[in-house]
Write a protein that binds this ligand. Structure first.
Ligand SMILES: Nc1ncnc2c1ncn2[C@@H]1O[C@H](COP(=O)(O)OP(=O)(O)O)[C@@H](O)[C@H]1O
Ligand SMILES: [Mg+2]
Length: 240
């Protein structure tokens, strides 16, 4: 059974069709790449999947349960977790306290939250900055902290919206490594990225959107080579 599935999702903003008749499915343990030119509806789709936006039509299933219209908190409790294009950490508390707060919010005991915090901060190379306020971290370190917060209780599915954007290449590799290790442990993801080499490397399968619609899906290399996808990217770059 798919971990996450949508059928006929639609979302309009005035005259703009941000998501149009979108049906996708994510299988257990897969990293599904979600690509498409700017404005093609990727973030809107993730907003709907994570409960930040109500669709005008269509349905979302999390495993066997219809979750359309549920709030982000209800979805997080069911194991659907979303990382934003803009990093969200608490800037005025320490790195450790950010992690503990996430752990406690996800229902861990204090002792377990502390144990996982230590191991994740080591893994993410954040142990040395653990007592700094998160606001003092670099952009890449904040993003790594956000990964730690999301994975302190591994979700059923993690939705990542451009985690590599504007991040130093060293940090980008650290994040890709983290995603690879979690994937090896069976973690399911949707990964939105403009970084095609990373998409090819991490995602065996990809879906490409354009103007709200799914225009191609399948093996990532095949999708990237499809005429519809090439045309969509060329048209988008001609607009700039
Ligand atoms: N809150 C909003 N209000 C009005 N239009 C929006 C809103 N969010 C997104 N859009 C529009 O919906 C379309 C899809 O945007 P988005 O989902 O952000 O695309 P992507 O993430 O692929 O760049 C764009 O035309 C965008 O301008
Ligand atoms: Mg976006």
């Amino acid at each position: 059974m798919s971990v996450l599935r949508t059928e006929g999702l639609q979302k309009h903003f005035g005259g703009i069709s941000a998501v149009a008749d979108c049906s996708i499915a994510v299988e257990p343990g897969e990293i599904l790449g979600l690509i498409g030119p700017n404005g093609s509806g990727k973030t809107s789709l993730l907003n709907i999947l994570s409960g930040f936006l109500a669709p005008d039509a269509g349905s979302v299933w999390l495993a066997e349960e219809v979750v359309t219209g549920m709030t982000p908190v209800q979805l997080a409790r069911r194991g659907l977790l979303r990382m934003f294009q803009m990093t969200r950490v608490f800037t005025r508390i320490t790195v450790v306290d950010n992690m503990l707060t996430a752990g406690l919010a996800l229902g861990l005991s204090e002792r377990e939250a502390e144990r996982r915090t230590e191991s994740l901060l080591d893994e993410l190379a954040l142990a040395q900055v653990r007592y700094l306020d998160a606001g003092q971290l670099s952009g890449g370190q904040k993003k790594l902290l956000e990964f730690g917060m999301c994975f302190i209780e591994p979700p059923r599915i993690a939705l990542l919206d451009e985690p590599f954007a504007a991040v130093h290449p060293v940090m980008r590799e650290a994040m890709a490594g983290f995603i690879r290790r979690r994937h090896a442990l069976g973690q399911t993801f949707i990964l939105v990225s403009h970084d095609m080499p990373i998409i090819v490397d991490l995602c065996p399968r990809a879906v490409c959107m354009n103007a709200g619609r799914v225009i191609a899906s399948g093996a990532t290399r095949t999708v990237l080579q499809s005429a519809a996808v090439i045309e969509a990217y060329l048209a988008a770059s001609a607009d700039v």
